[in-house]
Ligand binder design. Structure first.
Ligand SMILES: NC(=O)c1ccc[n+]([C@@H]2O[C@H](COP(=O)([O-])OP(=O)(O)OC[C@H]3O[C@@H](n4cnc5c(N)ncnc54)[C@H](O)[C@@H]3O)[C@@H](O)[C@H]2O)c1
Length: 340
């Protein structure tokens, strides 16, 4: 099978590395990026990627390419997804599919008519710690799930230019945690109540966003979840999940830079969490691409399809509304706005 990667920035290159590691019968035939750096070009050539384009249409019209990875900025995901599906390509699209629910619904409709697979890039599902936690929750190790606690804090905020086009913290950052809540519980969220503030950088506030948030979720079954987010944790990327149930609790702790622990008369010191997503989730990125390719080979459903791309966006919009109106918001309210 031949692959084309559209957008060759940070995440495009991560997925290329995963495909190369996967090897077997996969070849990255082409990449496209209108602003590709010399360094990335050289990397691609050194790794045997034959075609390097500025226009992604060259990938979509290449009949030899079966699979397209969309790693361009978020505002391009919808249009490229649409054109790729119409050309009969299997699509892996980075998160989020779009900030616009109508566009996601259009992709969903298209997928009903075209025999191609579509996977959304919620990589944390493929992290071995969170996957193990989910498996234990689902197999009843802690009895009935009562509370889910998700901590998700970045080591440093993104540039303000990015904040302005990010869609806001809920659609850019918390969206991963909304996916994690659905993934671990195996349930759908019914209602959201969010509080937020600007505590890291007042420029983020001036750009119309918040940088710190607590989001409470109520699932249809009555299970409760709480997510806490910050754009700046001085000790590194803080990624933890706790599931609490009738028979106990399960924790997935941070992965640290290394496992050394220094004990002296001053105290006991362990290392920081791995710095950010590229360090923390490399195993997960590799696994998500592997499972996508395996799904294509075995003609089975992808682990994270278009509905999994849609639901966190609905939750994110409910969280946004909750902050704006200072009240709990039901997902059904947002669904009604879009005729879902
Ligand atoms: N799942 C994750 O953990 C994760 C992590 C980072 C980014 N992302 C998502 O991946 C996407 C890209 O993020 P990034 O961090 O790699 O950004 P980036 O800026 O490093 O890379 C994006 C690349 O796309 C290129 N590009 C712009 N317009 C294009 C077009 N029309 N056709 C092809 N390429 C185009 C840019 O030149 C750039 O090189 C975003 O949607 C982001 O939300 C997901």
């Amino acid at each position: 099978m031949k692959v084309g990667i559209i957008g060759f920035g940070r995440i495009g290159k991560v997925h290329a590395e995963s495909l190369i590691r996967y090897g077997k019968d996969i070849e990255i035939k082409a990449i496209s990026d209108p602003f590709i750096s010399e360094e990335s070009k050289n990397w691609a050539k050194a790794n045997g990627i034959k075609d390097i384009y500025t226009d992604y249409d060259k990938i979509l019209t290449d009949k030899k390419i079966d699979i397209v990875l969309i790693c361009a900025p978020t505002d391009k995901h919808f249009i490229i997804s649409k054109e790729a599906i119409l050309k009969g390509k299997h699509v892996f699209c980075e998160k989020p599919v779009s900030h616009n629910v109508k566009e996601i619904l259009e992709i969903k409709k298209l997928l009903e008519k075209h025999d191609v697979l579509y996977q959304v890039g919620f990589n944390r599902r493929f992290d071995k710690n969170f996957a193990a936690l989910k498996e234990k929750v689902q197999s009843g190790v802690i009895g009935d799930l009562n509370i889910l606690k998700i901590t998700s804090r970045d080591p440093a905020p993104p540039p303000i230019s990015y904040v302005k086009v990010s869609g806001g913290i809920f659609l850019d950052m918390t969206i991963h945690d909304f996916d994690m809540a659905r993934y671990v519980s195996g349930e759908e969220v019914e209602e959201v109540f969010a509080f937020g503030g600007v505590m890291v950088d007042e420029e983020i506030g001036k750009a119309g966003d918040i940088d710190t948030a607590i989001i409470s979720l109520k699932f249809k079954s009555g299970v409760l979840a709480v997510i806490d987010n910050s754009r700046k944790a001085v000790y590194g990327y803080d990624q933890r999940v706790e599931a609490f149930g009738s028979k106990g609790q399960i924790l997935a702790r941070n992965e640290l830079e290394d496992t050394t622990v220094i004990a002296t008369e001053d105290g006991i010191l362990s290392r920081n969490p791995k710095y950010f997503f590229l360090e923390r989730y490399m195993q997960a990125y590799t696994e998500e691409i592997k499972q996508f390719v395996e799904a294509i080979k075995t003609k089975s459903k992808t682990v994270c399809g278009i509905d999994d791309g849609l639901k966190p966006v609905l939750i994110g919009l409910a969280a946004k509304k909750s902050i704006e109106e200072n009240r709990p918001v039901k997902i059904s309210e947002i669904e009604k706005e879009y005729g879902i």
